[in-house]
Design a protein around this ligand. Structure first.
Ligand SMILES: [Zn+2]
Ligand SMILES: [Zn+2]
Ligand SMILES: [Zn+2]
Length: 179
């Protein structure tokens, strides 16, 4: 039987069907993340302004890492056009509050799945779909801490990024390889 030349196209972030992102109820992830963000900001006495919220919502449209200029393209301020500085300030705020993470290797951002508690990140980046899975990986982090202690190295920031192919893409390899 001939293999149908059907392309595996992941839903565009703006697609209304993007709720069922990669086989899970992503609407649930997004709602939970936004509720947690509201709560954390309330508890800390900081404001999740409409711009900050909009940036967070856009980042949470999927688990794909998104670059600042893509965010900028898609921000719709209530008046005028979004200024890069405004978006960068919103990103800084979200980073400071631990609501998002920067994926340094992609120079892009993802929503944090564990923002309600302190953690360090093992970020598994899929080079096909660009989804990033965040795992606290306590065992890995402890092992690294021991190494750093031996090296008397003072940590400022610790996140480990690994590039590879996620389980969904491994099972359903897209025919169109973009990378
Ligand atoms: Zn999700
Ligand atoms: Zn996180
Ligand atoms: Zn993937």
């Amino acid at each position: 039987m001939a293999f149908p030349m059907q392309l595996t196209v992941f839903p565009a972030p703006t697609s209304p069907t993007a709720n069922l992102d990669h086989g899970h109820d992503h609407g649930g992830c997004r709602t939970k993340a936004l509720q947690t963000a509201e709560q954390l900001c309330n508890n800390r006495g900081v404001r999740l302004t409409p711009m900050r919220r909009q940036v967070l919502e856009l980042i949470w449209e999927s688990h794909r890492a998104i670059k600042a200029y893509d965010l900028l393209d898609r921000i719709k301020p209530t008046t005028g056009t979004a200024k890069p500085a405004t978006v960068y300030r919103a990103l800084d705020f979200l980073l400071e509050q631990g609501l998002i993470h920067k994926v340094e290797s992609l120079n892009a951002f993802i929503g944090c799945s564990f923002s309600d508690h302190q953690h360090q990140q093992l970020l598994l980046t899929c080079i096909r779909c660009l989804e990033v899975e965040e795992r606290p990986a306590a065992g890995v982090m402890e092992a690294i801490d021991r190494e750093l202690e031996q090296a008397a190295f003072i940590i400022h920031h610790k996140a480990i990024e690994i590039h590879g192919i996620c389980i969904r893409c491994a099972k359903h390899p897209p025919i169109t390889a973009t990378i």
